[in-house]
Design a protein around this ligand. Structure first.
Ligand SMILES: O=C[C@H](O)COP(=O)(O)O
Length: 256
């Protein structure tokens, strides 16, 4: 379960949010081996989160929301893979629809970012998904698979084995309109099939495919029940540590 904070929570709020999240999960005896919990704070929070996670030996992991395709140099405002690795990041979100839309990120740029992330030992959370017009035309599978294939050009099978792919239909992001479990399964299953074609079906079986878009504690269990949904990329609901902990512990409300 990954919480993408987007441009929310400063570094002091980040510390209290991560502390509270870890306390709630600890009280609930959360099994991190069963459900990994990650947060993706803004760049400015990462050093504080690193210090807290290392100092208190927390089991949750963290990452960034973007990465530069460049190694270093005159790229004002950008943050490199080496910098993120030094901050102890496990993950980096790449190709989020908000970056594709507001920053004009192309498939080529996203592919370059995926490759540079792997070069620095970071695990990309590659975000893909269709807008409402594509969904209305019924082209969500072909559109999303084209994004996956473009992002993975020249990425070797051993790296594809480690990638995380988040299917986020744009019309479901921050709108409260969650995709049905069947909608999520249709595209997540297709993503796994295409990964099998790109490398090997056994490798594809082990890739974590997440769903994102208005996930909350009240709907996560039905989505997670789908065979090709392995986790969730959570936006708004991840800003509340108690709600995010409930999402991470979705299995306990299924059995409760
Ligand atoms: O990265 C997360 C997604 O954009 C989902 O955001 P949301 O949970 O606020 O809809």
């Amino acid at each position: 379960m990954a919480g993408n904070w987007k441009m929310n929570l400063d570094h002091q709020q980040a510390i209290s949010t991560v502390q509270k999240l870890s306390w709630v999960l600890k009280d609930a005896k959360h099994d991190y081996n069963a459900v990994e919990v990650a947060v993706l704070p803004p760049f400015t929070d990462l050093r504080s989160v690193q210090t807290l996670v290392d100092g208190d030996k927390l089991e949750l992991v963290y990452g960034a929301q973007d990465i530069s395709k460049h190694e270093s140099g005159a790229f004002t405002g950008e943050v490199s893979g080496a910098m993120l690795a030094k901050l102890g990041c496990t993950y980096v979100a790449i190709g989020h629809s908000e970056r594709r839309e507001h920053h004009g990120e192309s498939d080529d740029l996203i592919n370059a970012k995926v490759r540079v992330a792997f070069a620095h030992g970071l695990t990309p959370i590659l975000c893909v998904g269709e807008g409402l017009d594509v969904r209305k035309a019924g082209d969500q599978v072909s559109y999303t698979l084209a994004q996956v294939e473009a992002a993975l050009v020249d990425v070797p099978a051993e790296q594809i084995a480690k990638i995380v792919i988040a299917y986020e239909p744009v019309w479901a992001i921050g709108t409260g309109e969650v995709a049905t479990p069947e909608d999520a399964q249709e595209v997540c299953g297709a993503i796994r099939r295409v990964l099998g074609e790109l490398c090997d079906p056994d490798i594809a079986d082990g890739v974590r495919v997440l769903y994102g878009g208005s996930v909350k504690s009240g709907n996560v269990a039905q989505i997670m029940a789908q065979p090709d949904v392995d986790g969730a990329l959570v936006g708004g609901a991840s800003l509340d540590p108690e709600e995010f902990a409930r999402i991470a512990r979705y299995q306990s409300h299924v059995t409760a």
